[in-house]
Design a protein around this ligand. Sequence first.
Ligand code: ATP
Length: 317
Amino acid sequence: MAPGKVNLCFRVGPLREDGYHSVASLYAAVDQLETVQLELDPQRPAGSVGCELRVVAGSLVAQQEAAGAFDPTLVPLDERNLAVRAAQAVLAEAPDLPSGLMLRIAKAVPVAGGMGGGSADAAAALSAAAELIARETGHAIARERLLEIGAGLGADVPFAMTGGAAVGTGSGTELRAVPVRVRWHGVLVADTGALSTPEVFATLDRMRAEGAAPTVRESELEVPAGLLRALAEGESAVGGEALANDLQAPALQMLPELRRRLDELEELDARAMVSGSGPTIVALPRTSGHDDGAESSRVLAAQLRERGLCAVACTIG
Ligand code: ATP
């Protein structure tokens, strides 16, 4: 199993010569968990990996499915699937197995939602493959090696392998774990649309070139100390910590109806922002002193569902 994530802060620097952006990001795991099962499949030739998909009951994706807003065809089941690639990469490190493998992914995290669902599948597949190989062949693969393989698969995979909360710098892959004293409570609101992460970055570059979004210099790339302190000292999410996401403006330009949803959440007394490249929104209710956010998050999620939105209460960190 591996968690989806939200970014409580996402600062994006200028486009670098290598085609990546330098970022400063505060990743936080949420309790929407992707599950991956891997087993030997005697019907399949050795070296091949089949893939099946289902939906986790009660999850955000289950709500999308019930609302007719989940499109399973967005998830490739061949080598383009990040979990299949992860399993194949681990297989290449070990003695041959007698047959191919079947990989079963249970989705809780919206597809192309800015919550790192594919990366979570890859993270879960890496450990499932290592366990299966150890069981079948006795060959152990070191965790450091699995982390290396994960980093090669995608920028969000190493975080999905560790969970908790972490500051990511460089292109997002250099991670420093952040202590979390008390998990925050919030609400995840899924959208019917999907956003492609590279397209959201490209839109940000275009907006910056046109002066429609502020530029951020390398030297300004940091996660506010107040935000890290609030997590480390166990403050609830109601404080005035600076939550910022430079990808929000381009995500709003690409899906303008997200603006209405953010405004609606403000009216319901929650701080809300787009998670990562969107379009999923993370909302933190402004709770009163006697509530740690759990109850208000449940109430907010229920209110949103009554309005026909896909929303779940979650813990963060
Ligand atoms: P990011 O990590 O960039 O925030 P995301 O959470 O927005 O990504 P994902 O759900 O990880 O988006 O998927 C983005 C695209 O990757 C999908 O549209 C799909 O084509 C492809 N993909 C490959 N493997 C998977 C997977 N296991 N689950 C979902 N999508 C996958």
